[in-house]
Design a protein around this ligand. Structure first.
Ligand code: SF4
Length: 100
């Protein structure tokens, strides 16, 4: 998957089977992935955890995946960083990007 961030750098994103090793790219990045997708799929447990910490852009589904809506930027993105980094959803933990 390719997308371009505000900095116009081309990035390549991969969803790993396990949490992404290290966060050095997150420290350098302008959070392109947190603004570049419509939603993050979340589990029922994550839905409840995010609701408890104040998420307002959650989408509950009886037949599909629950979602954290991040279109136009995730509500937990603060000053270019994830404000719930240690509690971020599993998909966010497994997402890895590379600058092309
Ligand atoms: S929860 Fe954190 S890592 Fe996941 S999209 Fe939102 S700001 Fe980004």
């Amino acid at each position: 998957m390719l997308w371009s961030s505000r900095s116009k750098k081309k990035r390549h994103g991969v969803l790993l089977d396990y949490p992404s090793p290290g966060d050095s790219l997150c420290n350098e990045c302008d959070a392109a992935c947190c603004r570049s997708f419509p939603a993050v799929n979340i589990t029922g447990i994550e839905y409840n955890q995010l609701r408890l910490i104040g998420a307002t852009r959650l989408q509950f589904s009886l037949i599909g995946r629950h979602k954290l809506l991040i279109e136009n930027g995730c509500e937990f993105l603060k000053e270019g960083k994830c404000s719930i980094y240690e509690q971020r959803p599993n998909v966010c933990q497994r997402f890895m990007c590379q600058i092309k």
